[in-house]
Design a binder for this molecule. Structure first.
Ligand code: ADP
Ligand code: MG
Length: 671
């Protein structure tokens, strides 16, 4: 700090009484105020001043210099102060002060010839309000400029204070400054009575006299000719209720009026001619009615499209599921009657299993479709396409027989190569082939020849299905792979070929269609060829060596019971429960003879199977866990939360047994 070193009491040239008088005077000011001598020392300050100006707490006020007192306000204030002390005129306005963006209005004035009064009012709030108001005005202005109407604000004396863009464009030669000038330029006619409008009857003057003008149709003179305006005006009131001005709004309705005029003329003018207002209402009603009808129509179309997609999906699923159930029901019936022949039992059991797998494939296809999920992870095996084709032809035999008894015969030609082997998911390839065979049969309503061919071509193992049916037009061929594309109406799902395409792609293969309308169609699916030609990979029963202690958690009664029987049949010691709570109880109460394995469903009435897995693993680290899921997206081993294996419903017993034995590997090939 840079204080001159004179003694304190010498700095003020007046008496103590005078200083007291000055202090009292400053206290009566509504602002923060400080009084300086010409040499820059403070004489006195009022309480507000001491609070606002930063003052050195340790020195007496009168010993402080203007630099100390005003340092809050920064260099410009100090410069101004210096100039003022030197007797130069000063213009100080708004000054920022402090650190938090506050604003003060600073005033300097000479007092008693050689004293300088600095007064400061904190106007932060006021300035913020002002900025807000300015912004609001700008926004309002922008809104006004965007409205398609002309807007004017007029004061009580009839002077036009504000004009939006539209209004400003109306009179290109000269901008009217008052409502009278506007009236002179416009030369308005009252459309209602076809007479010139007197100045006092203009909307502006009527509003100035206190009326609100809701709608006055005027014809005015403009550069391009006469225009028809719809005019509105409303008085604006001050706080005391007195009129402070009016707001004028004009809408150009020339085109609409012309149209109405035309309509009226066409209808033939009659005594019952509707007024402009009635016409307008009628027009608005019509427009509204039409828009409503249009919206309803669009909504209906969207709904219909959605419904038909869902319906097609459902129809396709129903078709497939029924196809799968048919042989199951037949075989179950036959089983009862041939129960004494072990060969027949095995044969029917096999047929039931195969048919059920088709049903399961349908369910998983729908599931994948809904979840947009890729193939079941892992688990690909060697697939002999010929073997698979034979199976599918077997499976579809009942369907073909049924059809041929109707009116036609489908002859089957098999052309199989024993080297057409690839690596993949047999369930999927079987499904693709099934779709192709079904399509071929559908395409031959009057019978024909169905050729199923497997071959090796270059590096590909090929699977081809050919029919001598109706063939496809170029347009159908182009769209045939699209999901939901069908020409079979409610009978088709449109998913068959889409699925074929997807399966081919997932196996890093291709699917192509060649077709001649009226002659027939061939669809060829190519898979990467597997060089080895070993017997086909089928997961065969793996004998379990050790009997285990197994806890089954499944709330579905039949499911639980079957699982128990299968496991007990293999000599395991099984406890089967239906809820998480029971499972926890079983795990805890039998701690002395611990379970080797827990098999749990995911959706349980009192919780989630995955939770149960976590708990069981935490408390009994030695336990192995298998999760059986019907619906959840498949889970990779790393996400399986500590479960040793995850199985999908429907359960396949050999797969389950392989897992229990701990022998399951993705490719269970017999070598
Ligand atoms: P969907 O069989 O449910 O209609 P697809 O995806 O299997 O669905 O087939 C789509 C469309 O392709 C069929 O509706 C049909 O028009 C045509 N299409 C498929 N396969 C054949 C074929 N072998 N012969 C003639 N047209 C076929
Ligand atoms: Mg199909």
């Amino acid at each position: 700090m840079n204080l001159p070193s004179r003694p304190v009491d010498q700095r003020f040239e007046g008496s103590d009484r005078e200083r007291a008088r000055l202090t009292a005077l400053l206290e009566s000011l509504p602002t923060a105020a400080a009084l300086f001598q010409r040499d820059g020392y403070v004489v006195t300050a009022n309480a507000r001043g001491r609070a606002l100006f930063v003052v050195d707490e340790h020195a007496p006020l009168s010993a402080q210099h203007y630099k100390v007192v005003l340092q809050q306000f920064g260099a410009p204030a100090l410069d101004a102060m210096r100039q003022a002390l030197n007797g130069q005129p000063v213009d100080l306005g708004l000054m920022p002060f402090g650190r938090d963006g506050r604003i003060a209005e600073l005033q300097l004035s000479v007092f008693d010839h050689d004293l300088l009064l600095v007064s400061a009012a904190d106007v932060t709030q006021r300035e913020a309000e002002r900025a807000r108001a300015a912004r609001a005005e700008l926004e309002l202005r922008a809104i006004l400029d965007l409205t398609p109407s002309s807007v004017r604000v007029v004061d009580v004396s009839g002077r036009i204070q504000q004009t939006n863009d539209n209004a400003a464009r109306e009179h290109e030669s000269r901008q009217p400054l008052t409502v009278r000038e506007l009236w002179e330029l416009d030369a308005p006619h009252d459309v209602a009575n076809q007479r010139p409008l007197s100045f006092l009857d203009t909307p502006a003057m009527r509003a100035l006299s206190g009326q609100t003008v809701r709608r006055q149709i005027l014809e005015v003179r403009r550069l391009g000719g006469r225009r028809v305006l719809e005019s509105f005006a409303s008085p604006m009131h001050g706080d005391d209720g007195r009129i402070t001005g009016v707001l004028l709004l004009d809408r150009d309705v020339t085109d609409r009026e012309r149209l109405e005029q035309l309509l009226r003329e066409q209808e033939g003018a009659s005594s019952t001619r509707p007024t402009a207002a009635q016409n307008e209402q009628e027009l608005e009603r019509l427009v509204e009615e039409r828009s409503r009808a249009l919206i309803a129509l669009q909504e209906e179309q969207v709904r219909e499209r959605r419904l038909s997609a869902v319906g097609q999906l459902a129809a396709g699923v129903m078709h497939d599921v029924n196809n799968a159930l048919n042989p199951i029901m037949a075989a179950a019936y036959l089983l009862r009657h041939h129960a004494e022949s072990p060969e027949a039992v095995r044969d029917y059991a096999d047929r039931i299993r195969k048919a059920a797998e088709i049903g399961a494939a349908t369910a998983s296809r729908v599931g994948r479709f809904i979840r947009q999920e890729p193939v079941h992870p892992g688990g690909d095996v060697e697939v002999d396409l010929s073997h698979l084709a034979e199976e599918v032809l077997d499976l579809t035999e009942p369907m073909r027989l049924q059809r041929s008894s109707e009116s036609r015969e489908v002859r089957i030609v098999r052309m199989f190569s024993d080297r057409a082997i690839t690596r993949g998911l047999p369930g999927e390839i079987r499904e693709a082939l099934l779709n192709l065979v079904q399509n071929a049969i559908d395409a031959m309503p009057d019978g024909g020849t169905l050729t199923v061919r497997t071959a090796v071509d270059g590096g590909d193992a090929c699977l081809a299905v050919r029919d001598t049916g109706v063939g496809m037009s170029a347009e159908v061929r182009e769209r045939a792979f699209e999901p939901f594309f069908t020409t079979k109406g409610a009978k088709g799902s449109g998913l068959g070929l889409a699925e074929v395409y997807g399966i081919a792609r997932r196996h890093r293969g291709t699917a192509t269609i060649s077709s001649v309308i009226g002659r027939g169609t061939e669809v060829v699916v190519r898979f990467p060829l597997l060089a080895v030609s070993l017997p086909v990979a089928v997961v065969e029963e793996v004998p379990d060596t050790l009997p285990r202690r197994i806890l089954v958690v499944e709330d579905h009664d039949d499911g639980r019971e079957f699982l128990r029987r299968i496991l007990q049949g293999d000599g395991h010691d099984v406890v089967a429960v239906a809820s998480c709570a029971e499972a926890r109880e079983a795990l805890a109460s039998l701690q002395h003879a611990p379970f080797d394995l827990m098999l749990t469903d995911v959706g349980l009435p009192d919780g989630n199977g995955w939770e149960l897995v976590k708990q069981a693993k935490a408390e009994y680290p030695a336990i192995r866990v298998g999760v059986i899921t019907g619906w959840e997206p498949s889970v990779g081993p790393e996400e399986a939360d500590g479960a040793e294996f995850v199985l999908r419903k429907p359960l396949r017993a050999p797969e389950l047994k392989a897992h229990i034995a701990g022998k399951h590997t993705p490719a269970q090939t017999i070598e």
